[in-house]
Design a protein around this ligand. Sequence first.
Ligand SMILES: [Zn+2]
Ligand SMILES: [Zn+2]
Length: 134
Amino acid sequence: MPVHHNTKQKALILEVLDKNRNHVTAEDVITLLHSCGEKVGRATVYRYLRELEEAGRVRKYTLGEKNTAYYQYMGEEDGCHGHYHLMCDVCGKLEHLDRTVAESFAKSARESYGFIIDCSKTVFYGKCKDCAEN
Ligand SMILES: [Zn+2]
Ligand SMILES: [Zn+2]
């Protein structure tokens, strides 16, 4: 049954994302699935990642000259929705900014500009500690 087949593939993709919460590229997902002996087509992976992104369940980052897309699984409700993220544009490391930092930042934006920041879409790009030191 095509529907069944599809559901199983989606579950496998979600599992890979869940186990690699920091970030993965679509190619990483494909490689990881193949290394477990799972045959999931490249197009299926890309399509499903886009679906998840639209549903707000994964966040997409682009990095580097080729604008490689990285995906981060946000988990269910509480996961990574309530805070900002810091993305190192040298090594691709992703850090989760403390919720209290996010709240005070959001509060001053609201008070000064009347602007409501959407944490789930906000990422700060820069250099991580390790990359800044090198
Ligand atoms: Zn997070
Ligand atoms: Zn770095």
